[in-house]
Design a protein around this ligand. Structure first.
Ligand SMILES: *Cc1c(COP(=O)(O)O)cnc(C)c1O
Length: 502
């Protein structure tokens, strides 16, 4: 299986090259030329299997140059060793809110309590094997732009991984206090963290510029280093996410919630469009999915796109209580466009150029029809997010985080609008404790905003009788290691200084 570039299909690379490079030189993204095809028998064969076995099957089907032993090592290294709490890295929990039955796919049992762990625990293993396979003896310098969760999950995944150096940029005022604390207390001799004065899109744009900056690339090269990426533009981030859609379907079959072959709906709280795209790939491989419902917060650029075919980032940016979705440029949409146009790289490159020059583009009717056949969309305000947290907690005794609540609200609106009763999986992307202030304010009638963050965590636990995840409970005692802040124009200087190349 080869991988090709979304902006020039004639550029093809192996899986390991795609993972090492992260992004193509022309700014395009790597995608598999063809997808593996799963029959219903393949899917039912996974009933009763462990998450490890399911992951090994899916991951190996995309990485032909990896041996079964290597795959096993990667999968065990990522999901084994007690790094994920509970017996299942991605359990499905049945929740009933009034008439609305939901299957909540909990993706936050990993070391940083957000769904990014599902991919970022596996990526370092895929990358180190890929570096070896591509005969690359250089140190991989991994730059990350984060709206909060990616940064911490990447730091945790890559800390002390040999042959890698990591620098994370986050928007100074665009992450939750808990997220900031998680990143600034990170351990590991090969990692650094820096806040920037700007929003997430500034951080992402800055990182993309560094990746293609000729002077910086030359300097790295001369010092035995090269850039790689842990952002969701890297194929090695998307691949691990396909696994949990397949796994959730098996779990639902196993418990008789669906019969083999029954279609499901999938609701995904969405920012960069990586998570929902992985689900889309699973459906292209044969997973029976009726609709993907894309849930956004008030940064609703995707809702508008999926309803009109016009993508327009020229709008106000809102800092919301679901900050991991505060994004106006959803990079992975490019991969969807490449797929639905039948790999028309000229069209895709044209739209991406319009996006970068004018901030907007409109897809043709045929493309739009194809997308609307599979995707529905909606968005949710902060006020409704809090109301939903409260309502699900009161009605079902289930405590969800702000991002998950956005998905629940958008799903309930969808059901009210369409009457569609297809069994539905809702991705839960973070532990409520990661966004303790907002969650507590939703469920606590005596909420006091001035309380210290860790006191809020404790109060949330007492009030709801839920357990504080160990990685969050342990943070209080950890010393702060990083306090760097820079302007967005200084990101290159910060990088060179930290690598000792300034
Ligand atoms: C990253 C993130 C999202 C958005 O996922 P995308 O793959 O970027 O669409 C949603 N919720 C949480 C908690 C996240 O960390």
């Amino acid at each position: 299986m080869k991988y090709q570039c979304t902006r020039d299909s004639s550029v093809t690379v192996t899986a390991s090259q795609a993972i090492v490079q992260g992004i193509a030189k022309n700014g395009g993204l790597f995608v598999p030329e063809t997808l593996p095809a799963y029959t219903l028998a393949d899917l039912t064969a996974m009933n009763g299997q462990s998450y490890f076995d399911r992951a090994a099957k899916v991951v190996s089907d995309f990485l032909p140059e990896f041996t079964p032993e290597e795959i096993e090592e990667c999968v065990q290294g990522a999901y084994g060793g007690g790094k994920f709490s509970g017996g299942h890295p991605a359990p499905v929990v049945a929740v009933k809110d009034g008439d609305c039955a939901m299957n909540i796919l909990e993706l936050w049992h990993g070391p940083t309590c957000a769904f990014k762990d599902m991919a970022l625990q596996l990526l370092p293993h895929l990358l180190t094997h890929s570096l070896r396979k591509t005969k690359c003896e250089k140190t991989a310098v991994i730059l990350v732009a984060t709206s909060g969760d990616t940064g911490k999950a990447a730091l945790e995944g890559f800390k002390d991984v040999k042959g890698t150096e990591m620098l994370v940029f986050y928007p100074e005022n665009g992450v939750s206090p808990m997220q900031k604390r998680q990143m600034n207390t990170q351990e590991g001799s090969n990692v650094s963290v820096c806040a920037i004065e700007g929003n997430f899109d500034d951080a992402q744009t800055g990182v993309k510029k560094l990746f293609v900056d000729p002077a910086i690339n030359e300097k790295l090269h001369a010092n035995g280093m090269l850039f790689s990426s842990a952002n969701s533009i890297n194929w090695g981030r998307l691949l691990p996410q396909i696994v949990y859609y397949v796994s959730a379907y098996s779990d639902l079959m196993e418990r008789g919630a669906i019969q083999p072959g029954d279609p499901i709906n999938v609701v995904v709280p969405t920012g960069n469009f990586g998570n929902i795209l992985a689900g889309y790939y699973a459906s292209k491989m044969g997973l029976p999915v009726n609709k993907f419902i894309c849930a956004s917060n008030s940064n609703n650029v995707l809702t508008d796109f999926l309803k009109t075919g016009e993508y327009n980032r020229n709008r106000d940016f809102h800092a919301t209580i679901s900050p991991s979705m505060d994004i106006l440029i959803s990079s992975n949409l490019e991969r969807l466009l490449y797929d639905v146009t039948g790999h028309d790289c000229k069209k895709v490159a044209g739209w991406m150029q319009e996006l970068s020059e004018k901030g907007c583009y409109k897809v043709d009717d045929e493309t739009f029809q194809k997308i609307s056949a599979v995707f529905d969309a909606g968005f949710c305000s902060d006020e409704d997010t809090k109301k939903t947290i409260r309502q699900v907690y009161d009605n079902a005794g289930y405590l969800c985080d702000t991002h998950t609540a956005v998905a629940v609200k958008v799903y309930e609106d969808y059901v009210a609008r369409t009457g569609d009763k297809t069994p539905t999986v809702i991705d839960s992307t973070a532990s409520p404790y990661k966004f303790a202030s907002s969650v507590l304010s939703a469920v606590d009638d005596q909420y006091d905003d001035k309380m210290d963050e860790f006191d809020k965590v404790e109060r949330l636990s007492k009030l709801t009788g839920t357990e504080v995840p160990a990685p969050i409970a342990g943070l209080k005692e950890k010393p702060v290691r990083f306090q760097n802040v820079c302007e967005k124009e200084q990101m290159g200087d910060v990088l060179l200084r930290l690598l000792g190349l300034a």
